[in-house]
Design a binder for this molecule. Structure first.
Ligand SMILES: *Cc1c(COP(=O)(O)O)cnc(C)c1O
Length: 429
């Protein structure tokens, strides 16, 4: 392997030999620990993206690392042609943890979304009695559920869709946070088998719906014998200040099912932080009456449920509970939004701040086509903090949940200093 001696060199290699399917911020990282990242030149940064919320537990968490090393030297993959001695304990652990009867293990987030769609459709035909080939799933505008052909088929992001057709049929898109539209769709179409929804839209710019949205959506789904499919790949596992975003404003320690504010999805989709960023691990959770539609040979994955991933996921979930990361995210998030609110009052560049727990965003006061958010992220990088713009002129702020209050205040100082000093570059530059 060619040794990398400068950031420029690494960027050139990626540019020359890699497909150009991403547009990264120009920083080349070579080490991570907790809330910190270091680049090739040794400059230290606060991570305010957490790999899109995959490293909620912080970079290279020592406990997860130990579990990985131990399992990597014991047994990594058997395929599901045979049993292995970690999968069963993991399945018991994760179903207890989230309060469901059953889990179906997969690897990446989008595979879990695909799995949930397949289960909902099969449930629709076999349990609800929808006529063959007629099943419909309702989705929201500005959704992000991943990148497969089917999943981009129901996206309205032209960049994600254009020239990838023909598209998979069977999806109805309605506005987000619009219960009237959901009710109309369900009333007009008896073949709807599921409502696939992000409790907060992460990629769309931390689009946070009304407090009652998911609760009322669940009621409508129940009334129309339709499944609620919650995509908590980004919002779940402590990120929004509770174990899951569907826990709402709960104050529990992880046993959500008895809490007042908890809305139980029929199908729960998890990924990202399920492995603390060590390995792709995703999962679909549901109760027996739904999961029982899947029989041997009907769905699977060579790596899904592998002992290495299972061990890592179990440990990653233990860390979230033992270190009270949801509770920490709740406390830090409140302070973060208060500080950003103060900044919004001082700076005409910050239009508003929104989010829950440590999934937050600021909306920049400029046209969505301008590069202001990108330029602010470059300035933040120079000042030692890494964040990335999302759609339009929005900057998402999602640090690892292991951050301390003191570190959070240092980060707010950096953001404040950077934005107050920021000058819009001249158009002709
Ligand atoms: C990241 C994400 C996905 C896709 O996960 P991958 O592991 O990238 O396939 C799906 N849904 C949501 C809400 C996400 O944030």
């Amino acid at each position: 392997m060619q040794e990398i001696s400068s950031s420029q060199e690494a960027i050139q290699l990626e540019s020359k030999y890699g497909a150009h399917n991403y547009h990264p911020l120009p920083v080349v990282l070579s080490r991570g620990e907790g809330v910190y990242l270091w680049d090739v030149e040794g400059k230290k940064y606060f991570d305010f993206l957490s790999a899109y919320s995959a490293v909620n537990q912080g970079h290279c968490h020592p406990r997860i690392k130990e579990a990985l090393i131990e399992q990597a030297g014991t047994l990594t993959l058997t395929s599901r042609a045979f049993y292995n001695d970690v999968l069963g304990p993991y399945e018991k652990y994760i179903t207890d943890y989230f309060g469901f009867d059953k889990v179906l293990p997969m690897n990446t987030g989008v595979e879990a979304v695909e799995t949930a769609i397949k289960i909902a459709r099969k449930w629709g035909y076999e349990k609800k009695g929808v006529p063959g080939q007629q099943a419909k799933i309702v989705v929201a505008e500005d959704n992000f559920h991943g990148r497969t052909t089917t999943v981009i088929s129901f996206s309205n992001d032209e960049n994600a869709r254009r020239n990838f057709g023909p598209y998979t049929p069977g999806f109805i898109r309605i506005p987000y946070n619009d219960l009237t539209a959901l009710k109309a769709a369900l009333t007009n179409n008896p073949d709807i088998v599921g409502f696939l929804i992000e409790p907060i839209q992460g990629e769309a710019g931390v689009n946070t719906p009304d407090a009652a949205y998911i609760r009322e959506a669940k009621k409508l789904c129940q009334e129309h014998n339709t499944l609620l499919l919650a995509d908590e790949i980004q919002t779940g596992i402590g990120r929004t200040g509770s174990l899951l975003a569907v826990c709402g404003e709960c104050r529990c320690e992880g046993h959500c099912e008895k809490q007042e504010s908890y809305v139980e999805p029929d199908i729960l989709i998890l990924g990202k932080a399920l492995s603390g960023g060590f390995f792709p691990v995703s999962a679909v959770l549901a109760n027996e009456t739904i999961m029982e539609v899947i029989h041997p040979g009907q769905h699977g994955s060579t790596f899904g449920g592998n002992p290495l991933g299972a061990k890592i996921a179990m440990t990653a979930l233990e860390v979230v509970r033992d270190e009270r990361l949801a509770q920490n995210a709740r406390a830090l998030g409140k302070t973060f939004r208060e500080r950003m609110q103060l900044l919004a009052e001082k700076s005409p560049l910050v239009k508003l701040v929104r989010g829950r727990g440590l999934l937050n965003a600021i909306v920049i006061n400029d046209s969505p086509e301008s590069s202001t958010a990108w330029d602010i992220c470059l300035a933040l990088k120079d000042n030692g903090l890494l964040a990335k713009p999302t759609h339009g002129n929005i900057i998402r702020f999602a640090p690892p949940l292991v951050m301390t209050m003191e570190e959070l205040h240092s980060c707010c100082d950096i953001i404040e200093k950077t934005i107050l000093a920021f000058e819009k570059p001249a158009e002709n530059e």
